[in-house]
Design a protein around this ligand. Structure first.
Ligand SMILES: C[S@@+](CC[C@H](N)C(=O)[O-])C[C@H]1O[C@@H](n2cnc3c(N)ncnc32)[C@H](O)[C@@H]1O
Length: 270
């Protein structure tokens, strides 16, 4: 016999997330899920219960929709487990009930790439946790902002992050607000192919496709300060030689190549 669960759902504005969670808590809800959906600005807030009564009470209080689902879908609707990066960092994918710990960040699965689990991001995060940077960081193709946010959590002094997708920049900015009470990262909507290279950084992070990394090699290299490092990811094994050659031609030295499945991360130094 298949078991079922009742749900209450409502679309909410991301900026009012804290307010909604406080309302649900005041209404006695022990658990809830918050999901972002592609092509939707609003987030889907949901509460699941084995009985109909509690979710009907929520509809009475807050509007929204009530329905019935099978247990298999109910299990999938539970919040994703945290992503652990080495021993030091934990990326949560839904807001915890308690304030974030010093080693935690919350990055909801959402509109922009970068929740931490993908091999290309994971390799950069693990390297950052091992070798945090205190100085200036540039994050190219920031997506959800995850690398910039982790750099901030690990003590980077000045961080600039860019993406050519305005929705990604918006999401990344919102993610900074979810994690920090002040805004310190400078988020820009910009194409790496137009980087001026006038400002130099101690650590440049770029999780982009190989084609872009090769095409923009001159501009990206120009952003790395002497003695600084460039860490690039998003490279398929078959394409790594081309990327290495493009950056060696600019004078950078390859110091480490890390593989995970079909993906490679390359670390260069000036
Ligand atoms: C693979 S995601 C990486 C996201 C995040 N930094 C991470 O490591 O998970 C690549 C990001 O680069 C952005 N991007 C792709 N081409 C770009 C370009 N030419 N200029 C700026 N951003 C670009 C995409 O919009 C996307 O958000």
């Amino acid at each position: 016999m298949s078991r079922v669960a009742w749900f209450w759902r409502r679309w909410i504005a991301p900026a009012r997330q804290d307010e909604w969670i406080a309302r649900l808590e005041a209404a006695g809800c022990a658990t809830w899920t918050l999901t972002e959906r592609p092509n939707r600005v609003q987030h889907l807030l949901a509460v699941y219960d084995a009985k109909r009564g509690p979710v009907e009470a929520l509809r009475g209080l807050f509007g929204g929709r009530v329905g019935l689902i099978r247990q298999s879908r109910w299990l999938r609707a539970k919040p994703a487990p945290p992503t652990r990066i080495g021993k030091t960092l934990e990326i949560l994918h839904h807001l915890p009930r308690r304030p974030l710990a010093a080693n935690q960040l919350v990055i909801p699965h959402g509109l922009a790439f970068g929740s931490g689990e993908h091999a290309t991001t994971f390799m950069l995060l693990r390297a950052l946790a091992r070798e945090p940077v205190r100085g200036r960081v540039l994050d190219l193709g920031t997506g959800s902002g995850i690398l910039a946010l982790v750099a901030r959590r690990l003590g980077a002094r000045k961080i600039v992050a860019t993406d050519f997708d305005p929705a990604a920049v918006r999401t990344a900015r919102e993610n900074e607000a979810l994690n920090f009470s002040t805004s310190r990262i400078r988020w820009h909507c910009a194409d790496v192919k137009q980087l001026s290279g006038k400002v130099r950084y101690d650590r440049v992070l770029a999780n982009l496709f190989s084609g872009i990394l090769v095409e923009a090699a001159r501009r990206i290299s120009a952003c790395v300060t002497p003695g600084g490092q460039l860490w690039v990811s998003g490279i398929l094994r078959a394409q790594q030689d081309e990327v290495i050659a493009a950056y060696r031609a600019r004078g950078l030295k390859l110091i480490r190549a890390t593989r995970r499945g079909k993906w490679v991360m390359l670390q260069f130094r000036w």
